[in-house]
Design a binder for this molecule. Structure first.
Ligand code: FES
Ligand code: FES
Length: 163
């Protein structure tokens, strides 16, 4: 089947899509967008997090056909004007990226959090990122990164460790 949708702001068509294919497979294997990662394919790890009509979803759990006529935004669509955005830069600056496998999903989830709650508490950060697993960092650097991004976006001083 053919799936037509908007991906990162551009009208996009994927042909020969099998009915059982996931949105994640189509993004990575048919559209050349490898940012969303394939780790568990069971909705458990959050590494495949993308926006579907401005709601974050696990792309591995979305049938490709469900994207028909809708808007998808991946981590590749987060930067503006070719530059890293505040969340991406904060993850780098706070040392929250090690192997990087979880990072794209965390970037999308954090972007969504800060759009909904511009100055989240630590509890709100933990709740928002609870579905995104990281095997490397122990999560503290990730919390630092979100605090740092929050501070830079709001003009305040970061709470916690990152400066
Ligand atoms: S690959 Fe989708 S949640 Fe793990
Ligand atoms: S940095 Fe390796 S899984 Fe998170």
């Amino acid at each position: 089947m053919r799936v037509s949708c908007t991906v990162n702001g551009s009208p996009t068509v994927a042909d020969d899509v099998w009915e059982g294919e996931s949105l994640l497979y189509v993004l990575r294997e048919r559209l050349g967008l490898p940012g969303a990662k394939n780790a568990c394919e069971q909705g458990e790890c959050g590494s495949c997090t993308v926006y579907l009509d401005d709601v974050v979803v696990c792309a591995c759990l979305v049938a490709a056909g469900q994207a028909q006529g809708r808007s998808v935004r991946t981590v590749e669509g987060i930067p503006t004007a070719g530059a890293l955005d505040a969340v991406q830069q904060a993850f780098l600056d706070a040392g929250a990226v090690q192997c990087g496998f979880c990072t794209p999903g965390l970037i999308v989830a954090t972007d969504d959090l800060l759009r909904r709650i511009p100055a989240p508490s630590d509890l709100q950060i933990r709740e928002a990122l609870a579905g995104n697993l990281c095997r490397c960092t122990g999560y503290e650097k990730i919390l630092d990164a979100v605090r740092l991004a929050t501070a830079r976006k709001t003009g305040g001083a970061p709470e916690g460790g990152a400066g």
